[in-house]
Design a protein around this ligand. Sequence first.
Ligand code: F0G
Length: 443
Amino acid sequence: MQLAALQKCIEPSCGLEYPISDIRIECDRGHLLDIKYNEIPNISLKETFYKRRNHANNIFNESGVWRFRELLNFCQIDTENISQCSEYLVSLDGAEGRSSKPYHMSKVSNHVGLQNLWLQPEGYNPSGSFKDNGMSTAVTHAKFVNIKKIICASTGNTSASAAMYAANENMECDVYIPSGEIAPGKLSQAFQFGAQVVEIKGNFDDAFSASLKKAREVGGYTVNSVNPFRIEGQKTIVFRALEHLEWNAPDWIVYPGGALGNTSSCGKSLMELYEWGWIKKIPRIAVVNSEGANTLYTLYNGKFEEKKLRWNKGKPDTELIRKYYSYMDKTGIRPKTKATAIQIAKPANILKGLRALEFTNGIVTQVSDQEMLDGMALVGLNGFDCEMASGAVPAGVKKLVTDEIIKKDDVVVGILTGRQKDASIPVDYHKNEKNTFANPPMS
Ligand code: F0G
């Protein structure tokens, strides 16, 4: 039987291909991989996806990930006749993506000066972040290839999600975390879900290197966003946003930028939908870096050696990236932001991220810790909970509206990536009357 899906190197001049059953995060020449399908899905599926919202207690229709299963069918399951207990599909009782869709948050809209701003709280996933979208698909692949133990490095949300699915699937899970640099609520989830926590002295980039080394030594299965099956699940964040807008593409989709898995999955979903004719317009991606962890911002905007790093139709200047990383190492520049979720200096998906930015004519901006805190607080005043890294989205949108890059009548979708898992951050914010949206306690 001819495989309808395969893994393919993202670099056009390389293009190495591997079967879906291969366990790898890069091609033999060290480049990232995509999942490729050789069928064009029928556009009538839009109706099928919508109908599945009336899920009749089938968890794979209830799930906001598997509801779109035809668009990520790498396991080649029979998508129509799916029972409650599919052999491979991994779901936490249909909860991933179930309750995340774009909302109009009037106080944020008024503050940033936009009528058509939609914010999608991905923190309302079962483990409290957008990671569940991609983790359900990565763990599905792990199950498909008969893996019993998964491994990841994390600033806290990936590890919470990986540990949760591993526990639910009776798999083991090792999580490498930067010691002292993750929110207490995230660390507690890893312990609570029975993962083996490995504390690494250093930052996320150090923990990531250590986890990859370990995975190489023991043939471990990595579930970080360099795993192409993670990216497949995260495409559904975009599908849900577009479905809500009746598949009329917005002008902008805005994300905080860390390892750039989200940026990559957004780009892949838009490339596929546009190629299939499911959307007529390509939204522009805006990535918002923290000022203290701004590698993409620096390289994309020509702030290092005055060269603007681009995907360049598959011929990116990887030497520039290498030079910047060694400059950071030599000069002791370490990522530093209170938004620890995105305290990352070497975004592992940078090339896929650049590809997404090129396809969508995207841009990269940066915001301060104070701006992220204000963004987070403002979302809270609409009755929605998000963590500081997600506050980068309203903060970045405000900056781009002020700079007249986002126009007043543009339709904008912002992804609020995670829920608050460090209670001290909003408490400290509100106790300090100097903060713009603070509501200090009375005594
Ligand atoms: N927002 C939150 C809440 C995150 O946890 C992360 C990444 C990001 C944004 C950045 O997303 O990596 O796709 O660009 N957290 C990872 C983790 C690194 O380990 O939990 P990205």
